[in-house]
Design a protein around this ligand. Structure first.
Ligand code: GCU
Length: 570
C-alpha cells in the first residue's frame, strides 16, 4: 500500500549527493574485498572506488543533465548521501520514501540492504526504523537505467532514457500505528454527494478509533474496522452544501484522517466521471475534452521538473484553453497532478505499457500491474485524474496482448471503479471508412486512438471518414499532429515547416469537429522532446511534433489549436 506522506513532517534528503558511474559493474563485486559499494568496506580496498568521493550531483536530478559527460550513459550509477539523524526518543517508526528512480533502484542504509524497486516513474518506500542510527548515517542508492527486453517499457521507446533519482527522497517519521493511506470516492445521486472513505492503518492493533473530518463542511465520522488494517465509512452530503469539482470551478476541500493521535491531511475534490452513449460526463453533464499530450521533460533538467517548469506547463495549458491533458507515457510527478486539481485540468494518466512490452511474460505482467497499482494508490484521491490508460499502441493482432489487457482493465477497475479506463489504440482503414477494430475496445469506457493522417499517411482531413456512432463508446483522439522545426518557414506543403504543421492541425480539427463519437483530443504534443530515434537535420535527437519547441517557443500550430478550442467553447 502506498505510503501517503504529503502532509507529514518529513526530513528531506534532497540536495548534494555523490555519484559514481559503474559501467562494468565492478564496484559491488570488486575482487579486492566484497561489496566495496558499502561504507563498511575496508578503507584499504577503496583503491579505485569510494562511495564518498564521487561526482557532486544534485538530487533530484537526471545524471545526464547534471554531468554532461554522462549524457548518454546507460548503466549503474551509485548515489551516496550522508546525513545525521537523532531519534527523538519516541517509539515511532521511520520510512525512507522515493518519488521515483529511473529505472531500477537498489538501496542500502548504513550497509544494510533495504531492497530494490523496478519501474522508473512510481513512488516506493522502505521501513528504516531499525536501520537508522543516531548520529551519522550513509545512504547508498544504485540506480540502473539500462533498458531491458523484459522491462515496462522494454528497450524501444520514442523518448530519451533519462536515468537517475529524479524525484524527491525523504525520511518519513510516523507513530508506531499510523494512517498509511486513504481513499475518498465520490458518487452523486438524488441530491446527495456520497463520499466513501477508506483508511489503511499500519501498526499493531490497538483500540484507537479511526475518524475522518471535513472541517469546511462541518462533518466527521468514525470509520469501522473491516479487518486487515482497513477501515471505512460512508458519508452522505447534501448536494446544496457542496461545490462539485470541475474545470470551471476546481473547488477543493480539506480532509483529515485521524487514528490514535496520528493525523494526515489532504485536499480533495468531489466530482463524478461517467460515460453515457458517446459522451463523457462530468457530474452528469457532457464534457468535450480539450486536451494536449505532454511528456515530463524540461530542457536542462530532464524529468526532474522544477516548480517553475510546472508553472510554465499549466500556463501553456491555460493559453490553449485546455480542460484536459494526457500525461504521457508514464506517471508524472505528484506536483503535476496536484496542480491539475487546483487549475481544473482533467487528466489521462498511464504507465509505460508501450509498443512491444512482453505481456506474455509472467514477471513482466506482475511488474506492469505493480506499476499501475503504485500509480493508482498515489493518485486515486486526485479529482483531476479522470482516466487510467492501460497501454499505448500495442499489437491488437496478438491474442496474448488482447487477453492480458482486457484482464488488466478489470485489475484497474478492482483498484478504482470511480474513474474511466482507456487505452491508446490504432484505427483501421476499411471499405466503410476508418474504424476501430481493436478487440480491447469492447472492454474500455473510452477508446483512445493514435492517428497521424496528414503526417505518416494519408491527408489530415481523412478523419472525416472516421466512424461516428453517437451512441457508441466515446473516443478520444489520443495522438495526432506532425513535426515542424521552430522558425522553419515555407509553403504549407513543405514538410517540417511551421506552416505544414499548422495546416495539419487546421484540417484535423475541422475533420474531428463534426464527429459526435469523438469526445475529445490530446494532440501530440505540447512541446518538442528528446528522442534518440529522431535524427534528421530538423530533429537532431528531438521529436519535433511539439506546439512549442523545447525552449518554450510557440509554433504557428499553437494558435490553430487555441482558436479551435476557443471556438468550441462558444
Ligand atoms: C506514437 C507514440 C509516441 C510517439 C509518436 C510519434 O504514436 O505513441 O510516443 O512519440 O507516435 O510518432 O511522434
Amino acid at each position: 500500500m502506498h505510503l501517503f506522506d504529503y502532509s507529514r513532517e518529513t526530513v528531506s534528503l534532497d540536495g548534494e549527493w555523490q555519484a559514481i558511474p559503474d559501467q562494468y559493474r565492478v564496484f559491488e563485486d570488486h575482487p579486492i574485498g566484497d561489496s566495496l559499494a558499502l561504507p563498511n568496506a575496508p578503507a584499504g580496498d577503496r583503491l579505485d572506488f569510494d562511495v564518498d568521493d564521487g561526482y557532486s550531483i544534485r538530487v533530484p536530478s537526471n545524471w545526464g543533465e547534471e554531468l554532461p559527460e554522462f549524457r548518454h550513459y546507460e548503466g549503474w550509477m551509485w548515489h551516496t548521501r550522508r546525513f545525521s539523524w537523532s531519534a527523538d526518543g519516541d517509539d515511532g517508526r521511520s520510512f525512507l520514501a522515493f518519488g521515483a528512480v529511473n529505472y531500477e533502484a537498489t538501496v542500502w542504509l548504513n550497509g544494510e540492504l533495504l531492497g530494490s524497486h523496478e519501474g522508473g516513474y512510481t513512488p516506493f518506500a522502505f521501513e528504516v526504523t531499525d536501520a537508522l542510527e543516531a548520529g551519522d548515517n550513509v545512504l547508498v542508492v544504485r540506480a540502473n537505467n539500462e533498458r531491458r527486453e523484459d522491462g515496462v517499457p522494454d528497450t524501444q521507446t520514442d523518448w530519451f532514457n533519462f536515468g537517475g533519482v529524479f524525484r524527491s527522497v525523504e525520511l518519513v517519521p510516523v507513530p508506531e500505528t499510523f494512517v498509511r493511506n486513504y481513499r475518498a470516492e465520490t458518487t452523486l445521486s438524488d441530491g446527495q454527494v456520497g463520499v466513501a472513505v477508506t483508511a489503511w492503518i499500519d501498526g499493531p492493533d490497538d483500540e484507537s478509533t479511526v475518524s475522518v473530518r471535513l472541517p469546511e463542511l462541518d462533518r466527521e465520522a468514525e470509520l469501522s474496522a473491516d479487518g486487515d488494517g482497513r477501515y471505512s465509512a460512508e458519508l452522505s452530503l447534501d448536494a446544496d452544501a457542496v461545490t462539485l469539482w470541475s474545470p470551471a470551478d476546481p473547488r477543493l476541500y480539506d480532509i483529515e484522517l485521524e487514528c490514535g493521535g496520528d493525523t494526515i491531511e489532504d485536499r480533495v475534490g468531489f466530482r463524478e466521471v461517467r460515460v453515457r452513449d458517446g459522451d463523457v460526463l462530468l457530474n452528469g453533464d457532457p464534457v468535450w475534452l480539450r486536451g494536449v499530450s505532454l511528456h515530463e521533460e524540461s530542457a536542462g533538467s530532464g524529468r526532474a521538473l522544477r516548480a517553475a517548469d510546472v508553472d510554465e506547463r499549466f500556463q501553456w495549458l491555460g493559453e490553449l484553453g485546455c480542460n484536459f491533458a494526457r500525461l504521457a507515457h508514464y506517471p508524472h510527478s505528484r506536483e503535476m497532478t496536484r496542480r491539475a486539481d487546483e487549475e481544473g485540468i482533467l487528466l489521462w494518466e498511464e504507465v509505460p505499457a508501450y509498443w512491444d512490452v512482453d505481456f506474455g511474460d509472467d514477471d513482466v505482467r506482475e511488474l506492469y500491474h505493480r506499476q499501475l497499482r503504485e500509480l493508482i494508490q498515489r493518485d486515486w484521491n486526485r479529482p483531476s485524474v479522470a482516466l487510467w490508460s492501460v497501454a499505448n499502441e500495442t499489437d491488437h493482432d496478438d491474442e496474448t496482448r488482447n487477453r492480458v489487457l482486457s484482464e488488466t482493465v478489470e485489475f484497474v477497475r478492482d483498484l478504482d471503479d470511480s474513474r474511466l479506463v482507456t487505452a491508446a489504440c490504432f484505427a483501421e482503414e476499411t471499405d466503410d471508412g476508418i474504424e476501430i477494430r481493436d478487440p480491447l475496445a469492447d472492454s474500455l469506457d473510452v477508446i483512445g486512438i493514435n492517428e497521424y493522417y496528414g503526417w505518416y499517411h494519408g491527408d489530415a482531413d481523412d478523419m472525416r471518414a472516421f466512424q461516428d456512432d453517437p451512441d457508441g463508446t466515446p473516443v478520444v483522439v489520443s495522438e495526432t499532429g506532425g513535426g515542424a522545426k521552430w522558425g522553419n518557414h515555407g509553403p504549407a506543403d513543405e514538410r517540417w515547416t511551421e506552416e505544414f504543421q499548422a495546416a495539419i492541425y487546421r484540417d484535423q480539427t475541422d475533420a474531428i469537429d463534426g464527429n459526435e463519437q469523438i469526445a475529445g483530443m490530446t494532440p501530440w504534443i505540447l512541446f518538442d522532446f528528446r528522442s534518440p530515434s529522431r535524427q534528421n537535420p530538423h530533429q537532431r535527437g528531438y521529436n519535433r511534433k511539439g506546439l512549442l519547441d523545447q525552449h518554450g517557443r510557440k509554433k504557428q500550430a499553437f494558435s490553430v489549436l487555441r482558436e479551435f478550442y476557443r471556438d468550441s467553447t462558444e
